[in-house]
Design a protein around this ligand. Structure first.
Ligand SMILES: [Zn+2]
Length: 277
């Protein structure tokens, strides 16, 4: 895997070929990796780190629970694996449900059937849990993990203040339609997270998916989130059904959606705001 220089201390891979974006932060004496993709690509990522720094990798920082970010944890088993408390709790819960061994096998079969081009990435999958958790904030020298929620309830950002770089995790799908349909996705919290990020001193953002970006991309996506919220809440107040609200053609133009991501995100938002009304 190629790691491109983002700033003095930060390198990242944003090609999107083998999972969510990943990167590293080179600290004074050690290296912290951010997210781990899938077992095969996570291993490839780990092996690529010595090409840019000889310092030891001591930490893996997880932005949230989705498989394209945490299924590669096993490549960092010798490190402190850090996440929000909810991420570890949900992983533990999932070990008894969707990620139980028999269900993992079924998931792999589904991937082979529905996304055969991705199946090789899952080879040897083992669920590896975080070893350290936090609720609001976790710091390493020159690095801050901050819980913001939004995309999932366990979503955090990783901030490198000296370099003015932010790893946004999946709070940012740069130049593409976001996945906003996780059962714990909270669009109101997501909007607040954007406002928090816009108030931070940031030059470059490593998004969870898509190319490197900056705050302008947050401004663009914030406008879309806020106008859709306004429109959809009005539709709900006026008694629109879920079908009507999802298929409403008055929403602001936005990026193309990959597959049914837009539809499933809007369905989740409809349920979310209907329950709040
Ligand atoms: Zn995600």
């Amino acid at each position: 895997m190629r790691l491109d220089k983002v700033s003095e201390r930060v390198y990242a891979n944003c090609d999107g070929e083998t999972g969510g974006n990943v990167g590293i932060i080179v600290m004074d004496d050690a290296v912290a990796a951010v997210d781990a993709q899938y077992p095969v690509s996570g291993t490839d990522f780990r092996k690529s780190i010595p090409s840019v720094t000889g310092k030891p990798v001591t930490h893996l920082l997880l932005t949230h629970i989705h498989g394209d970010h945490v299924f590669g944890n096993q490549a960092f088993e010798d490190c402190e694996i850090v996440s929000h408390t909810r991420l570890k709790e949900k992983m533990e819960e999932s070990l008894g449900t969707i990620w139980a061994p028999s269900n993992l096998e079924k998931m792999l079969e589904d991937v082979k059937k529905n996304r055969p081009e991705r199946a090789w990435l899952f080879e040897g999958l083992r669920i590896v849990l975080p070893t350290k958790t936090f609720n609001d904030r976790f710091t390493l020298p020159g690095v801050e993990m901050i819980h913001l929620g939004g995309h999932t309830d366990c979503s955090v950002v990783v901030y490198v203040p000296n370099d003015r770089v932010l790893f946004a995790g999946d709070l940012m799908f740069a130049e593409t339609f976001p996945w906003a349909g996780d059962p714990t996705a909270d669009p109101d919290t997501w909007i607040e997270a954007y406002k928090t990020i816009l108030a931070m001193d940031i030059e470059t953002v490593v998004p969870g998916h898509g190319p490197l970006c900056d705050k302008k991309e947050f401004e663009t996506q914030l406008v879309w989130f806020e106008t859709v919220r306004k429109d959809m809440k009005k539709l709900i107040q006026d008694g629109a059904s879920q079908e009507e609200a999802v298929n409403y053609d008055g929403y602001l133009d936005f990026y193309e959606s990959e597959g049914d991501r837009r539809e499933r995100s809007l369905r989740h938002w409809y349920r979310f705001w209907s329950q709040k009304e």
